[in-house]
Design a protein around this ligand. Sequence first.
Ligand SMILES: Nc1ncnc2c1ncn2[C@@H]1O[C@H](COP(=O)(O)OP(=O)(O)O)[C@@H](O)[C@H]1O
Ligand SMILES: [Mg+2]
Length: 397
Amino acid sequence: MAELSDSAGPQHSSGQGSSGGGSSGGGLEPAASARLSIRRLRLRDFRNIAELSFEPAERFNVISGDNGQGKTSLLEAIYCLATTRSFRTDQVKELRREGASFARVDAELEDAGRSRSQRLTLSDEGRGVFVDEQRASRLSEYAVRTPVVVFHPGDLELTMGGASARRDLLDRVGLFSDPTLLDDRRRYRQALRERQKVLEVRGEQAPELEAYELLAARHGARLSQCRARAAAELGRAALQGFQRLAASELTLEMAYKPGGSCDEAELVAELAQRRSGDRRRHVASYGPHKDDLSLRLAGRLARKTASQGQHRILALCLKLAELEAIQQARGAHPLLLLDDVSSELDPTRIGAVHAFLRDSRSQVFVTTTRSDLFQTPGATSLERRDYRLRGGALESA
Ligand SMILES: Nc1ncnc2c1ncn2[C@@H]1O[C@H](COP(=O)(O)OP(=O)(O)O)[C@@H](O)[C@H]1O
Ligand SMILES: [Mg+2]
């Protein structure tokens, strides 16, 4: 079976329209968004998990276990089901249990009071996705259904690492306001690749360059516009989160740093002008593939000057902002996956995360080596369930 037509990088999901419903005043208050939750989850031959089936609690699902038991794999399965992508690999093969030729993840969900099902299959032919038993042909029609946000230890890359993680963040948010983002990004990349090939094989005067540059400019400008909007949405939410989480008076500034332009004519003119340099360097020097999201703490570039503790806070703020921005755009509370987050944070921050979780209405899946670190005072047995994972098998704790 063919791969899905929209290729999103790891962590990508897509959105469709804005169904509103968010509280426009911002804040981390629960918006009038729809409830979304997994009622039953089944895995087969996913990573080290041969077979697993459980009915998650409406609000908090705390999965504890020693290292190497399959905790991250379980969250990864939920993430893959929702987005078709993993947050730790691009290789479908790695996700299938060693020796298995086929893996699947099934969920029955409740979404705004209605029941539905989703399925992901992983085989040598790639990924297959189904909604209510019907095969979905496009990612943009599938992944929008179940918004999900994951926090994992690798998130520090967001503030400490290169720009691509921040571009992915902008795209994950942007998709929920403008589902064409995925398509524009794919077409932009394609046109740019073709232009580069022509430049290097046929030279700067090749007549077909113009068509590729026009195409790259059209989709590239739209992609930039979408990212600029996503940066503004993220920025609003991140500032509020930062004030709440950071135990200091530091100011945070977030800004979209376009590598190209939101203006199609400007983009096409620059590409035409840069042919000779781009040919020499074997890469295009202008365009949204060079975008970044700049993060400044007290006026200084965070990537270069922030302390380890500040990076952690900042990464956490960006994730909370992602959750908030997607919730506003999609009009539903994204599923929230917290992988080993306790080990990454000091007790004050853990307290702040818990305060946030109490306010939010997302269904939460937490993994931890120490379930006592995750307190949810007042949660009833309907709202919280505790599990233990041992060698890929799940049992009630
Ligand atoms: N495709 C696979 N088939 C079988 N086992 C795997 C596969 N991929 C990873 N594993 C193993 O699964 C185990 C669980 O990994 P992980 O979910 O990261 O554990 P945890 O988060 O509990 O520390 C690891 O021991 C890992 O080696
Ligand atoms: Mg893990």
